[in-house]
Ligand binder design. Structure first.
Ligand code: NAD
Length: 331
């Protein structure tokens, strides 16, 4: 492990070590490895960065006078580190253990009273990231598959925004290719390290996409569904990606051509649908426990604030997309 060395480089002498409860042992391992630089372990990170958890982590930081953050985990842990960094201006070292990609973005999503809001600030961008395939290889298939699709979603939505650039297009296409080829191997053959390394490489690129260009309907609807109904973030991205791609199919033909090429397929939405069914555990919105009334509410929320999307975001069309995802219809 290189965490101690990197903390020294950042001048962090008293780190708060963050993780989820499930990864408390890993956090303890890192704390042992960095020795005296570990001031306190806080294994309380939770999905969608609830503000109450952030406040409790801030108390922990203040109780020991921590001067930096070591986040070891997926997007939830990275999110907590960012939330603390935003409030106290502390440097972060992040060691990702999923494919979420949050470590590459200046974006923080937070949830307060059931509402998820997103901010962008250079203050939340980690100073250093350590990528290590050994640390993602412990993900069981039901976490790895949806997490990988979450990363593909960042890259697909990077293919059509108004602020697209030739470089971001290259990165996005390469991310989809790397993830699309490695994820089916990752979820079926646990110990193929080169496949895990390829997936992590794709996730890194996808995170760069997310941090560089604006996202559209797909990310908006997933934030709405995830934040409002407290659904698994990666799982909902995994399910919705074929449907949001289907929504934009005719409005973004060049993006769809690139995505299809990267997946070695003719049509991107149907190729993503097949991948979703291979990688996801929940393959309909009904599986997530949503009701038809929930779909109405989600459609209302999704159109509440206007935002850019290749195809205009219209309530009836969004509601229809949600209905298709509810029944599992092929896009
Ligand atoms: P997560 O971090 O909640 O992890 C899911 C579960 O898997 C947790 O219980 C975790 O402990 C466990 N886990 C993580 N890595 C593991 C491993 N290697 N082995 C075994 N178990 C492991 O899930 P996530 O999908 O990585 O992150 C979701 C959160 O990240 C959401 O809150 C989302 O909004 C946020 N996110 C933010 C950005 C951003 O740029 N701001 C980007 C992506 C995701």
């Amino acid at each position: 492990m290189r965490a101690g060395e990197e903390l020294d480089r950042l001048g962090i002498t008293k780190a708060i070590v963050l993780s989820t409860p499930r990864q408390a042992n890993l956090a303890a391992e890192f704390a042992r490895d960095i020795g005296e630089r570990a001031a306190i372990i806080y294994p309380g990170a939770a999905m969608h960065t609830p503000v109450e958890v952030t406040e409790s982590a801030l108390d922990a930081v203040r109780s020991v006078g921590a001067n930096g953050i070591l986040s070891v985990g997926g997007g939830s842990t990275t999110g907590l580190g960012k939330a603390v960094a935003l409030r106290l201006d502390l440097p972060q070292l992040v060691v990702p253990t999923t494919f979420a990609g949050s470590e590459m973005t200046p974006i923080l999503g937070q949830t307060e009273r059931g509402l998820k809001t997103t901010i962008r600030s250079a203050k939340v961008l980690p100073k250093t990231v350590i990528y290590d395939p050994d640390l993602v290889m412990t993900m069981p298939p039901e976490i790895a598959g949806p997490s990988g699709m979450n990363a593909i979603a960042h890259a697909v939505e990077a293919l059509y925004p108004p602020d697209v650039s030739p470089v971001s297009l290259l990165i996005a296409e390469e991310a989809i290719r790397a993830l699309g080829t490695s994820l089916p191997v990752v979820v079926t053959t646990k110990n193929d390290k080169s496949a895990w390394a390829d997936a992590l490489y794709g996730a890194w690129l996808a995170g760069i996409c997310l941090g560089t260009v604006g996202m559209a309907l797909h990310h908006k609807i997933c934030h709405t569904l995830g934040g409002t109904f407290n659904l698994d973030h990666a799982g909902i991205h995994c399910l919705m990606l074929p449907y949001s791609a289907g929504y934009n199919r005719d409005a973004a033909p060049d993006a769809m051509r690139r995505a299809a090429r990267a997946l070695g397929a003719e049509d991107a939405p149907t190729a993503l649908y097949d991948l979703m069914r291979q990688l996801g555990t929940h393959t309909t919105l009904r599986d997530f426990g949503l009701t038809l009334a929930d779909l109405d509410r989600a459609a209302d929320l999704a159109v509440a604030n206007p935002y850019w999307n290749p195809r205009p975001v219209e309530r009836a069309a969004v509601r229809e997309m949600l209905q298709n995802a509810y029944t599992g219809k092929r896009p």
